[in-house]
Design a protein around this ligand. Structure first.
Ligand SMILES: [Cu+2]
Length: 493
């Protein structure tokens, strides 16, 4: 139903008339009394006039082995459209108007994060991809009321990885994430720091939080109600919170840490000139072997680390094509392709250093070790026929056990599957080995209609008889609608 003017008019040569037409149509929509229906999207061209913002590294205090951070969730005003300073959008952010700083810490450190809630509503803060005690996980059982503070503390017991943080209040996650609450958490370890991979943050090691927004004619963020099968899909594509930016590339080899931070949009990422890139990491950390790709599907919540080579003077654009989701009903979702960010290589580039992926130290569990197999059937808005209930435990896992989780979709909608606390491996998809981009450590995987995935994971270190971890679809509308379950990890299962 949305007219998606932003998509139709996103070309660089957009005329003044195009802009007027866009806002004029929006006015007509309002005059026709479409309130309660989907508002018309604003026509905001991607002008490419501003440099890509890079989330700052969060300051931290190191005392012995403990690294302490402070995050304050609050509201502000943001300029989401490069070159359109007059468009001011009310947003939410951590330690700023939108998104949040990048937290960075080393394997083995004790991390302590004081989370202050200056919003006018309850929130939580979940550490997506993190292996940590359930009581520190920031799920819906650990709300932070308006004006209150909650401190999470845990030891980093996992290898280098690009993780992220976002709110997880039951039923309100999509609204808060759309408003801007999200940030990255980079875990380092000795091996990753010695790997020779590009590592100068913001220069040749660049985080890219990729999101879409549905903006109304005044630039306000809209959470689209009941419009399609994926949740809110918008025609404005943001990289690190801003649409229409560019990167001045100064190195011949660029490491991009990609996060699909969208509510419901699957991204089929490619470079406009078709250049290949090297996948070196997925959700749970670096791969054993690099994988050469020229496109990458990322569903909401998934991350990837890629290396991209540039020659002096190169220009290209990171964009999403229309994702191929076989057999999937997307309803009215407008998945029109679009640009995230342009790369402009300088006339001379710092040459790349030799790099090598660290030897994998984690033991990959085998199905023969599994204590049991559990089944999860996805059918909107249920898992195994039941909606999320904060007072019901759906599974109790014994600490130390390896389990196979068999995830099937009997739905016509696209979903994905995210498990808190663990990083898992995909054993197979419909009986076949997973593609290379899903063969590393993962915490979130796409589950398309009719698919059957077998995941294997081991539950270590943390048991709690009372506080559960969550398992859910990471399409935020689906999660909010109840496509979520709860599992306990206990000493005796
Ligand atoms: Cu879903």
């Amino acid at each position: 139903m949305p007219a998606s003017l932003a998509n139709e008019t996103s070309g660089r040569g957009l005329s003044r008339r195009g802009l007027l037409l866009g806002s004029g149509l929006a006015g007509v929509g309002a005059a026709l009394g479409l309130a309660g229906c989907t508002p018309r999207q604003a026509a905001f061209p991607a002008l490419g006039t501003a440099p890509l913002p890079v989330p700052p590294l969060a300051p931290s205090r190191l005392s012995g082995n403990r690294r302490s951070f402070l995050l304050t969730a609050g509201t502000g005003e943001s300029r989401l459209i490069a070159g359109r300073p007059e468009v001011v959008t009310p947003t939410m952010g951590y330690n700023g108007a939108s998104l949040g700083p990048t937290l960075r810490a080393r394997q083995g450190e004790l991390v302590r994060v004081e989370v202050r809630n200056d919003l006018a509503e309850t929130t939580t803060l979940h550490w997506h991809g993190m292996h940590l005690p359930a009581a520190m996980d920031g799920g819906p059982h650990t709300p932070i009321a308006a004006g209150r503070t909650r401190t999470a503390e845990w030891q980093l017991r996992q290898p280098a990885a690009t993780l992220w943080y976002h709110p997880h209040p039951h039923g309100q996650t999509e609204a808060q994430v759309l408003n801007g609450l999200a940030g990255l958490f980079i875990v380092d370890d000795d091996a990753s720091l010695r790997s020779g991979l590009p590592s100068e943050y913001g220069v040749d090691d660049l985080p890219l939080i990729l999101q879409d927004r549905f903006l109304d004619a005044t630039g306000r963020i809209v959470r689209v109600e009941g419009d399609n099968a994926l949740g809110t899909i918008g025609g404005t594509l943001l990289a690190n919170g801003v649409s229409g930016t560019h990167v001045e590339v100064t190195a011949a080899l660029l490491r991009l840490r990609l996060l699909n931070g969208c509510s419901g949009r699957f991204l089929d990422l490619r470079f406009a000139d078709g250049r290949p890139f090297t996948l070196v990491g997925t959700d749970g950390g670096l791969l054993g072997d690099p994988v050469e790709l020229d496109r990458l599907l990322l569903s909401p919540g998934e991350r990837a680390e890629i290396l991209v080579r540039f020659r002096p003077g190169d220009r290209t654009v990171l964009r999403t094509e229309r994702p191929q989701l076989p057999g999937t009903a997307v309803g009215g979702a407008d998945l029109t392709p679009g640009d995230f960010v342009e790369f402009r290589a300088a006339g001379s580039l710092r040459p790349s250093a030799p790099w090598r992926l660290p030897t994998e130290r984690r033991t990959v569990p085998s199905a023969a070790q599994a204590a049991r197999t559990r089944s999860f059937e996805l059918r909107m808005p249920f898992i195994n026929g039941r909606p999320m209930d904060l007072n019901r435990i759906d599974a109790v896992v014994r600490l130390g056990d390896t389990e196979v989780w068999e995830v099937t979709s009997s739905d016509v909608m696209a979903h994905n599957f995210h498990v808190h606390d663990v990083q898992f491996r995909v054993l197979d998809i419909d009986g076949a080995a997973p593609p290379a981009e899903l063969a590393g450590w993962k915490d979130t995987v796409p589950v398309l209609p009719g698919q059957r995935l077998r995941l294997i994971m081991r539950f270590e270190d943390y048991a709690d008889d009372r506080v559960p971890y969550m398992v859910h679809c990471h399409l935020l509308r689906h999660e909010d609608a109840g496509m979520m379950g709860q599992f306990l990890v206990t000493a005796d299962g």
